[in-house]
Design a protein. Structure first.
Length: 498
């Protein structure tokens, strides 16, 4: 409600009064035709009062930490900003243009933010970001996308001193970078794991939005463990807040109510390029994990399980006879991977990872990303209506491959015409067996199944011929999960039979 419009408030109040009066009049008319029946009014239940907790001392938090927050300016050529983009799509730019020449995100309002619009001419491009000092000898944390592809990085301190910075290392998978300036006895921030942070807690950001240094904004934690749609953001369970952050804030610290850094401001959700009430921060424990690895080896090595997974929605949970829509559904197992050697199969649902319950698929991606190659991990898996325990020895991520790839889900009802894979189709696709979709209509089309898709399995059981598919579908009354391959992607599609 807009409190600046008293007429609107008055009109709403008048409607409420009229409705109350009308209700009483109706009750009076009804009472003339029969004896009034006493209405028992239930006594209010006893409610435990919520104790009032005052707001944090933001003034003291800013005063204690502002000197440890820095502004970052990068310089690169426009062509370099384009050509140096890695597979993650992380490059220099701002707004909808970020991450590619022609906005590969399309209408997806998730994007990283900092700097100036990309200039396609062969002239230096300057971009802005933020960071914070974590060591008195000049070690600074920021976002990888802030410094990626930069030929020059300049750090500006609160006292306006400027230093050329060296990029010690960056990790595109988590969007964390470590840079260093040649200075001593610098003020530092204090960090604490975000695990104790709860939804509703106060948080505060300090950074340089649009180059406006030492800008402080505050809000609350809106959600935790948030997985974003971007393929390269599945390695991080973000902290979602309503703290106002804008281009230039990227890489700056997020403080808790006690003045400790709990995250790095990294992304916003926006259709305009500016703040719209939804921002995301990388948990500080992810950043410090990367920092330690970069300082030691100059790089960050992530582990690899070797599966493609997808979330379990209610339809899939029913199809696999799960009690709740939880866990990570395996839609593909890479050959000769840690998952394959452990005995994981397509159609398995990973319920626990190292004794931790997986409420969604993103938790598995983030957990594997934090592990080291060679680590042994335990998994509780749901298969054929029962649980089993598996152990996997994680391998290393080859090149720039993803740790765990997550697919989206769809739904619908069965309505397909299919034929078994021919030998030529099998050779071209690299698929040994399955049913090729020739025609799709009705609810199957609405589910997103398309001609040319290959049906590989029903509820995790491989299917090789039409009669087998017909028989397996006939045994289901409600929901069935079809494993579909399209190109190089495999995904389970829950189908409501009708």
């Amino acid at each position: 409600m807009n409190v600046k419009n008293p007429a609107l408030i008055a009109s709403v109040g008048a409607v409420a009064v009229f409705a109350a009066v009308a209700g009483l009049s109706a009750a009076g008319v009804a009472g003339n035709s029969a004896a009034a029946t006493p209405v028992a009014i239930a006594a209010p239940s006893k409610v435990t009062p919520i104790p009032f907790i005052g707001a944090p001392n933001y003034r003291a938090i800013v005063a204690a930490n502002r000197a440890a927050v820095v502004g970052i300016t990068t310089v690169s050529k426009a062509s370099d900003a384009d050509d140096n983009e890695d597979d993650s799509g992380q490059g220099q730019g701002d707004g909808p243009q970020f991450g590619g020449r022609d906005n590969p995100f399309g209408d997806n309002p998730f994007f990283r933010f900092f700097g100036n619009p990309r200039n396609q001419e062969q002239i230096p491009v300057r971009a802005l970001g933020s960071g914070f000092i974590v060591s008195p000898n000049g070690v600074i944390l920021t976002n990888a996308h802030v410094v990626h592809g930069a030929s020059q990085v300049t750090v500006t301190l609160m006292d306006h001193r400027e230093f050329k910075a060296k990029v010690l290392g960056q990790d595109a998978a988590t969007d964390v970078a470590v840079i260093k300036i040649d200075a001593k006895d610098l003020p530092i921030v204090h960090m604490t794991p975000s695990t104790n942070l709860q939804v509703g807690d106060y948080v505060l950001a300090i950074g340089a939005p649009y180059g406006l240094e030492e800008t402080a904004t505050a809000g609350i934690v809106s959600a935790k463990g948030r997985s974003l749609n971007d393929q390269n953001d599945q390695n991080v369970q973000f902290i979602q807040t309503d703290v106002a952050v804008n281009p230039g804030n990227s890489g700056g610290p997020l403080f808790d109510a006690y003045g400790n850094v709990v995250g790095i401001n990294s992304q916003i959700y926006s259709n305009t390029g500016g703040f719209q009430g939804v921002s995301f921060a990388i948990p500080i424990e992810v950043a410090t994990h990367d920092e330690q690895s970069i300082l030691k080896t100059g790089k960050v090595e992530h582990a690899r399980l070797g599966v493609m997974i997808q979330p379990v929605n209610q339809s899939l949970a029913k199809s696999f006879h799960l009690q709740a829509p939880e866990g990570a559904l395996v839609s593909k197992v890479d050959p000769d991977s840690a998952a394959a050697r452990a005995g994981l199969r397509a159609g398995d649902v990973i319920l626990e990872y190292n004794n931790a319950t997986l409420l969604d698929a993103g938790q598995l991606s983030a957990a594997v990303a934090m592990a080291a190659p060679g680590d042994s991990v335990k998994m509780k898996v749901w298969r054929d209506g029962k649980t089993l325990d598996l152990t996997a020895k994680l391998s290393a991520v080859p090149g720039k491959g993803e740790v765990v790839k997550t697919a989206a889900t769809g739904g619908g009802t069965l309505g397909l015409r299919v034929h078994p894979l021919t030998s030529d189709e099998a050779n071209q696709s690299g698929i040994s067996s399955g049913l090729v979709v020739d025609r799709v209509g009705g609810a199957a089309a609405r589910a997103g199944i398309e001609p040319g898709d290959v049906v590989l399995a029903v509820d995790g059981t491989a299917v090789t011929n039409v009669n087998q598919l017909r028989s397996m579908i006939g045994n289901h009354q409600n929901t069935v999960a079809l494993l579909i391959q399209r190109g190089d992607t495999r995904i389970f599609v829950p189908v409501q039979l009708g």
